[in-house]
Design a binder for this molecule. Sequence first.
Ligand SMILES: [Cu+2]
Length: 301
Amino acid sequence: MARATSPSHRRTLRCLLVVALALGALALLAAPALGGTFTPQTGGSPNANRIDSLYRVALWIALVIFFAVEGALVYSLVRFRARRGAMAAQIRGHARLEMGWTVGAAVILVALAVLTFAKLDSIRTPPNSGPGEAQLAGRPALYATLDRRLPPNGKSLNIQVNGQQYLWRFTYPGGGPTGFGGPYSYQEMVVPTDTTVTLDVVSQDVAHSWWIPALGGKVDAVPGYVNHTWFKIHKPGLYAGECAEMCGRRHADMIAVVRAVDPDRFEAWLAQRQADIQAANKAAESARARIARQGGLAGSP
Ligand SMILES: [Cu+2]
């Protein structure tokens, strides 16, 4: 239905169009600046980078669809708004349009699903360590599980992550042939750079979730189960995260830090840690023996 529009109407229309275009341009230009806010963190490990790139593909497709739909909506609201004396055309259904947006949406979903499954393996399977890997990579793991994914050469530095209300305990290789009895640390995990680190994530009380955003996705720590993830850090530094599963009153205190250092420094730190723990155990053992002796003396007739 063709109708003449007055100059003031045309001005309003132009004004609205300019505002809509300006908002669209602002959102597009702001996207890189807000990259870390709306998309996953990157730069720590290849799996985190791949999660981020997958997310960005979905985000850009969603943005294009959002602006196309909202643009059509705003245009229709303005162009076909009620006017005095005008009669709206009574239209019902449009087979080609309806088929178009149904098939279009299905095609986009299938394309995203194919892309996700194609990328999933490189997110879940760790790569080999670099040439400067820590010499501990490949030591026996704490748990022999069938579902732990290893790098192609089968060598990784395996660390157990144990969630407890309200802290994380990390057990490193270096114990006996079974892997038990190795050095451990709390809250701060120290790892070597350029080395593929596989994690066995467990819990000894309630459900927790291990999450260092720059090093990959969340992994649930569930009592009775062993879940797995990995990372490979290139740059020395601190990578912070926190428990991502509401686990009790002090859940907010359950933070975690991964400190990546050169492999040489890591090996020295681990040896020192092992020596410190052994010395502390020895001191505790002799204190226990002394107390038992004293108790024996006090209790003797
Ligand atoms: Cu928690």
